[in-house]
Write a protein that binds this ligand. Sequence first.
Ligand code: G6P
Length: 595
Amino acid sequence: MCGIVGYIGHAKAGEILLKGMRRLEYRGYDSAGVAIKDDNNIVIEKKKGRIKEIEQDNIIAGNAGIGHTRWATHGKPSDENSHPFFDCDESIAIVHNGIIDNFVTLKESLEKEGHEFKSQTDSEVIAHLIESHYENDLLEAVKKTISQLRGSYAIVAIHKDEDYMVACRNQSPLVIGVGTDENMVASDVPAILDRTNEVIYLMDGDIAKISYKDIELWDETGANVTREPKIISWTVEDAEKGGYDHFMLKEIYEQPKAIHDSILGRLGEFKDVDFSKYNIDMIKIISCGTSYHAGLVGKYIIEEISGIPCMTALASEYRYSSPSDIYPFTILISQSGETADTLAAAKEARRRGCKTLAITNVLDSSITREVDEVVYTHAGPEIGVAATKTFTTQLIVLYLIAIQLGLKKEKLLVEEADELRNQLRRLPRKVEILLNNTDHIKEISKNILAKSEDIFFVGRNINYPVALEGALKLKEIAYIHAAGYPAGELKHGPFALLTKKTPVIGICVKDQTYEKMIGNIGEIAARESPIIGVAEEDMELQKLCDELVYIPDIQPLFSPVLVNVVMQLFAYYTAYQLNCSIDKPRNLAKSVTVE
Ligand code: G6P
């Protein structure tokens, strides 16, 4: 998964591209490059590493160009494997996001025709294919090229003798930024917001011819189409750090607002989906990473509130599961809406005849076109690679869906639904209280967690997935090995690992498992592991835990929202203490658009 930016207009393309690329670094950051076109040639400057490695002096003046930030899939990160790529005689330059499945065969036949390749990437075949089809018309050459490609792609191409860019997509996102006497194209909106807030979302199969004054579009059937630009309300500031040290911390602190925005207008009747159209007796929730953990919490939420049995699956497992694994109603959760495995799972669920609903944070993202229903989380852009506010708002949407389903199934009385909605209404304030009292969390992170090499997170019932998410967050950004466990399972293995050096974070919420949890904490204390409790105020726990982080009083069903904020802060302050690259953890990317 990579970030693409293209510009054509009258300003200095190099500066605009680099600025846009910086806003897309979360899509990939192992190499970066630009191709700038002046009157009669194209010059490429590209480097392994972050955008700052690019030699600014080597970027020529020109009013059109394409830029790219890469996350390696085929071919290791290196200068040669960085984008953009030239054809043989350096007339054509391309950038690509995605994977070309049939690149080996294409490369072999191009090499037989005499084309010389300079990289190990799948992407370079695109430049040479365009070259092989080029007869004074870049658009036609790209059209012929994509008819030969199998796989996923967002491509932008320029030619030294043509005064337009060609952009096309299939299963990888691409938007056009509509300006005045200039136009842009990018993988994602933040890259273009500096210059315009009018965007056209390209659909799979679309191909666009973009000059400084015109945008022409053709759909997958080849028909000339018009797509109305949408106005994006996100400001450039929305996509910047707003005074926090890291995007992640900013996004953690945005959670009260994100929850508020996600319940806004939805606490009366939830009108996003007309569930009366569907017969829902069982639900399957499919997702990846942090969204998977939201799905696991969602199972408890949906079963408790609506009484509908619910199963969860990892998208990467579901897509290859037996076709007999059919749950007529399937919920796909993906903050980006672009995760390749989740998209494939959505398609597979449809193929199996299931009705599908996507929960996503990104307007018009690819998943929205693969499902019957869409419910948006309104978290705003999330730049930190580690998901925070999008997880929280996924839970909020799951509560809203569960309440609606509970009413439909007559499991809930209207007054019970109202009481649940009241709980949701109070959540932003409770999260705010937590966020105003972080000193103790900082101390624990600094004095215990940052000094440890192995950490256990344990919880029960609805907070068991929160333990998984707490461990994932710590692994992702602080690079400390951590394992989430259902507290009742500790005795079936992990006990062997408990020592003075393995802190255990125990989530103790006053639900039906509370007493069992206190028992588990006692067992852990007997192994001398330092215990950090996360709980509401409680005398008994004070005796058993070495440290206690208090959360505001809350109904157990809603406790994951608060407990998880504590988990996020533990991970953040531990990573901060260890000087880790918090917003861009090594080897990870925000949106995994390849399998
Ligand atoms: C990547 C990100 C995770 C995210 C996962 C699923 O691995 O680093 O933070 O949870 O993808 O992403 P999605 O956009 O589908 O929720």
